[in-house]
Ligand binder design. Structure first.
Ligand code: PLP
Length: 372
């Protein structure tokens, strides 16, 4: 048996007639960039995230840069991001001329540790980017109150957390502004690149809308210089179809995670502690283990495609060598990066496939003693 980390084809097959029809309408109407499907998606996604506004753009990395620009962030401004994330989170800060500062994460939730966040604040700090890593909401109450105390903006990087909830609030509606990726492998994925920004602030939404489209106010009138970062009609059509199914798919992810948790020995395979009042949407199902590298290669030899998200903490990447960080500066992230494994996770994952994954883990654990 072979179990992939994600399977996009099985999902396409389940919605093929709807998607093919929606794409053919875009082709007939030749609305390839922007247009009706894009407008409709922005409305639908604002609704889905309980936000007043959604501005679409070309990808989740651009979404972060556009959001930072909308907050007026630039030369020398410091932006604090978690040490465990995808590089897009930190890259966006440098791209707009800011200085990226890293905060360590919590070993039980993998999300930003508010205590370390507060320690990293200086007089130059302007923004905190809270990443809802793996689909688990970051501790927004703590982050928002620290931000308020120090007069900082909060951006939610929700690239992995479509449909997640923090207490009674939808992810994407809590910070000043939030960013999403619709990369094919994300929980809500297009069939190419795509991104979105949500906010309840009219001025920010208006800025993002113009900035992502050359600062345009009409075809050849430009209020300021912007960039070209727009969503394709075809991608919007796919996303509109998929948005009708996302709740069902999210419930399937949650059920799969519960299935894993019931069978996995929590003492051997540490998994995150999910507070009772959040909805984790399981973009990834991550366990921690000793002998990670042996466990991972044993899984791969037996047909299970597990992954690591991420094998090198952001501050320790070559890209940030100039900041001269040592692993001891980020003790939790440095430990996690050698212990974490992402098990196969997607809505359509069968119980047979999950049983197979867990049978492999059990036999590996006899051999390698992976207890953390
Ligand atoms: C995927 C991802 C992004 C970037 O999204 P793209 O659409 O690939 O540019 C940003 N942040 C996080 C946490 C991500 O997982």
């Amino acid at each position: 048996m072979k179990v992939p980390l994600v399977d996009l084809k099985v999902q396409y097959k389940s919605i093929k007639s709807e998607v093919d029809l929606a794409i053919s309408h875009v082709l007939e109407n030749t609305a390839f960039v922007g247009g009706h499907e894009v407008k409709k998606f922005e409305e639908n996604f604002a609704n889905y995230t309980d936000s007043k506004y959604c501005v679409s753009c070309a990808n989740g990395t651009d979404a972060l840069q556009i959001a930072l620009k909308s907050l007026g962030i630039g030369d020398g401004d410091e932006v604090i991001v978690p040490a465990n994330s995808f590089i897009a989170t930190s890259e966006s800060v440098t791209a707009i001329g800011g200085e990226v500062v890293f905060a360590d994460v919590n070993p039980l939730t993998y999300n930003m540790n508010p205590v370390d966040l507060e320690l990293k604040i200086t007089s130059k700090t302007k923004v905190v980017i809270a990443v809802h890593l793996y689909g688990m909401p970051a501790p927004m109450d703590e982050i928002m109150s620290i931000a308020k105390k120090h007069n900082l903006y909060v951006i939610e990087d929700a690239a992995q957390a479509h449909g997640a909830k923090y207490k009674d609030k939808s992810i994407g509606s809590i910070g000043d502004i939030a960013t999403f990726s619709f990369y094919p492998g994300k929980n809500l994925g297009a069939y190419g690149d795509g991104g979105g920004i949500t906010t309840n602030n009219f001025e920010l939404a208006q800025f993002c809308d113009k900035y992502a489209n050359h600062g345009r106010t009409s075809k050849y009138n430009h209020e300021f210089e912007g960039i070209n970062s727009r969503l394709d009609g075809i991608q919007a059509a796919v996303l509109n179809v998929k948005l009708n199914h996302i709740e069902k798919w999210t419930e399937m992810r949650v059920a799969n995670a519960d299935y894993y948790k019931q069978r996995l020995d929590q003492k051997t395979w540490l998994f995150s502690e999910v507070p009772g009042d959040v909805r984790h949407v399981y973009h990834l199902f991550v366990v921690r283990t000793n002998n990670r590298d042996q466990v991972l290669s044993a899984l791969q030899e037996n047909g299970v495609s597990a992954g690591i998200h991420y094998p090198i903490a952001l501050p320790l990447l070559d890209a940030y060598k100039y900041q001269n960080h040592q692993p001891e500066d980020f003790p939790v992230s440095s430990k996690l990066m050698s212990e974490i494994i992402s098990l196969p996770m997607y809505p359509e994952l069968s119980s047979t496939a999950m049983d197979f994954v867990m049978d492999q883990l059990e036999s590996i654990s006899k051999e390698h003693n992976p207890k953390v």
